[in-house]
Write a protein that binds this ligand. Structure first.
Ligand code: NAD
Length: 448
């Protein structure tokens, strides 16, 4: 399940054709390797707002080398600009003044993060200026090239202490396939942010439930959460029992084989987590299926009901399981619930009315619960774009090729890219990251 085109363009003849025919030229994305420093290079911090002063200290906590001045000829791996001090459209020129001289002195796969104030928290000219940041970051994301990423992080007043884990994720290769995104920190109220003593194992002592864990994206999620210190409880259907057990043995984890749509599945999961683990800290609703047909051909048949099956696995099961875990207080204080949506649920897709409805519904679940949750429990979602797995291997060749190239990085993502995003949500220091939907799509052109 590799990207054959990317392999071809790295050959001498491939390079020649790319150059002469103007074909897409995907950069080799850097990805995080366990034990490596979070950022391999220096991050330049600029801007004047309520965050600028504390930024070098926060980056230092993460072991990231930061500076506030650019030396002659110095190259940077990342740029962070505090734009919370911009209060009118005239001030926006500060973005040009900061970034333009620096863009040619960036290393490969550079990271850019702009920090702002949520526009809905301010008014008048300041609201205009803060809203303008979104167009700036999304466009720079499409310009930056060489595997670079650009994000906007809106930090609510009073939520400044909640930004560290997000900077660690967005400045590191963990966010390799995430670009052009807008994150909101503290949008659903304040809560004390726990201190993380070991940033390489923020989930030490935590229990994480991952559905659909035997393969694909679920397997990658299980591996990354285990790397970050969690005890993983993998769930999958009985047919996948052998793969699930082998993986969980490697990860020193635990498993439960069941169909998440079974009427007693929420109770069985809740009971298992309560009895064997005393509760759960991370719940990832990853299991999902596609049963594609145009709506005109979606009527139920003897072979089954494509509409009902997809809605049951992708949406109703996560709703019922989350409700059961909440009602029985199996979710520990500070727990993180993560839904796996899809770009299809944002942009829509031919032949996927059922799937897109289910995945948009996952976003609805995040919206509906983010305000309701208490005890520091959060809910967020990822919306993967084209991720290379068995699910996308089933997509016809031509559609798959187009699907992979139609993004700012001209390539498909890897399961680990989705997993790293989920690990960021799951980090206890992400307590103020609530109600977000992060696209992991290489800044796909669809449904931006
Ligand atoms: P996959 O088909 O490789 O894996 C899905 C896993 O879920 C399998 O192990 C399967 O056995 C399990 N599962 C399915 N139905 C189940 C049920 N009723 N009970 C328990 N387990 C069940 O798929 P993937 O590509 O790894 O996708 C994982 C998630 O990511 C899905 O929710 C999918 O919709 C979403 N997603 C994937 C992509 C992509 O490009 N691959 C894009 C967007 C969203």
């Amino acid at each position: 399940m590799s990207d054959k085109y990317q392999g071809f363009v790295s050959t001498p003849i491939g390079r020649l054709l790319v150059k002469n025919l103007g074909l897409p030229d995907p950069a080799r994305l850097e990805r995080y390797a366990e034990g490596a420093p979070l950022v391999d290079g220096t991050v330049l911090v600029g801007g004047t707002g309520r965050l600028a002063e504390s930024l070098p200290g926060l980056l230092d906590l993460l072991g990231i080398a930061a500076t506030t001045t650019a030396g002659e000829g110095q190259r940077f791996k990342g740029l962070v600009f505090d734009a919370t001090g911009l209060t009118s459209s005239a001030d926006l020129v500060a973005l040009r003044d900061f970034f333009t001289p620096l863009l040619r002195s960036l290393e490969s796969c550079p990271r850019v993060v702009v920090l702002g104030t949520p526009p809905e928290q301010v008014s008048g000219a300041e609201r205009v200026a803060q809203r303008a940041l979104e167009g700036f970051t999304r466009s720079l994301g499409k310009e930056i090239g060489r595997g670079g990423t650009v994000q906007l992080v809106y930090v609510a007043e009073g939520a400044e202490t909640g930004v560290t884990s997000t900077l660690g994720f967005l400045l590191s290769p963990k966010s390799a396939y995430v670009s052009g995104q807008v994150v909101r920190i503290g949008a659903h109220g304040e809560a004390a942010v726990p201190e993380v003593t070991d940033w390489t194992r923020p989930l030490a002592g935590k229990v994480a439930l991952v559905t659909g864990a035997s393969r694909g994206i679920g397997e990658a999620i299980a591996r990354v959460l285990h790397r970050d210190g969690a005890t993983v409880v993998g769930v999958d259907v009985p047919q996948a029992a052998s793969d699930l057990q082998s993986l969980m043995k490697v990860l020193d984890g635990d498993w439960l084989t069941l169909d998440i749509t079974a009427p007693d599945a929420p109770q069985r999961i809740a009971h298992h987590l309560q009895e064997k683990h005393g509760g759960v800290d991370v719940v990832v609703h990853n299991a999902g299926i596609t049963r594609d047909r145009k709506l005109a051909n979606m009527a139920p048949s003897e072979k089954g009901d494509r509409w009902e099956q997809v809605l049951a696995v992708n949406l109703t099961a996560p709703e019922l399981i989350t409700r059961e875990l909440l009602d029985r207080k199996v979710l520990n204080p500070g727990a993180s619930v993560v839904g796996v949506a899809s770009i299809a649920g944002i942009a829509g897709n031919v032949g996927q009315t059922n799937y897109a409805a289910s995945k948009a519904g996952v976003i609805g679940l995040v919206d509906s619960l983010a305000d309701e949750l208490s005890d520091g429990i959060t809910i967020n979602a990822v919306a993967p774009g084209f991720i290379i797995t068995q699910m996308t291997a089933a997509v016809p060749f031509a559609t798959r090729e187009v699907g992979q190239r139609l993004n700012a990085m001209a390539q498909g993502g890897l399961p680990v890219d989705v997993a790293e995003t989920i690990a960021w949500y799951a980090n206890p220091a992400s307590r103020l990251v609530n109600g977000n939907v992060m696209r992991v799509c290489g800044q796909m052109m669809l449904g931006a």
